[in-house]
Design a protein around this ligand. Sequence first.
Ligand code: SF4
Length: 269
Amino acid sequence: MRRRRLAGVTTSSTRADETDLGRTRRARRIGRALTETHPDAHCELDHSSALELAVATILSAQCTDKKVNEVTPKLFARYPTAADYAAADRGEMEELIRPTGFYRNKTDSLIKLGQALVERYDGQVPGRLVDLVTLPGIGRKTANVILGNAFGVPGITVDTHFHRLVSRWRLTTETDPVKIEHAIGALYPKRDWTMLSHRIIFHGRRVCHARKPACGACTLARLCPSYGTGPTEPAAAKLLKGPRARDLAVAAGVDPDLVPAQAVVADVP
Ligand code: SF4
């Protein structure tokens, strides 16, 4: 592992010759830093059952979790069971979920999901990956979200944030989501997979943005071979987002007053 110093921060830069053991150790250190950085990490889709989480996850395609959470209270009250989704009036459901976008396709998925659950699973959401991925609107990513958060079965959720961050950390060179899932899963204990996924996604939404990551205010700077992808000066704190943006600055050793007030109330992507 090559060391380099940028803007007063010594970072690690992995080369092709980083050993598997070295990569695993660095991955575990990243995991521990994320645990300290994001003690509030959780599934950001509001739900109180596996069915509600399945529905919310389908609605979250091409939509922020915040927008989904604005829509779901009325939806969940109107359709409390799988049978209710199966028998739903299409026009009424479309109106309820319209703010989440792609509402015609999503309505189609929700009605078909309800029908499949009634026909094949007695109206219950199954707790196995092999069954979940056969349901309309539910791919492997959604299935892992449901398993991890509604059934307590450890699962890795490879969404756009997860993919971007593990690539920047050079923990894997895989690009296929299933291969990424297996490669990252091999670096961490299985029991940690679900929370690790939440923490990585939290970091991607609040700190390590796609276009302009807040490298100068990132708690992972010393472990990240992509340090410098975004601005490295402390003023990068203005790029932090979410209600804990000031805490994130403090954790990174940066003056929290550099975080603008609007960043604290800004929606995370
Ligand atoms: S914000 Fe910068 S230093 Fe932090 S993880 Fe992302 S690329 Fe690495």
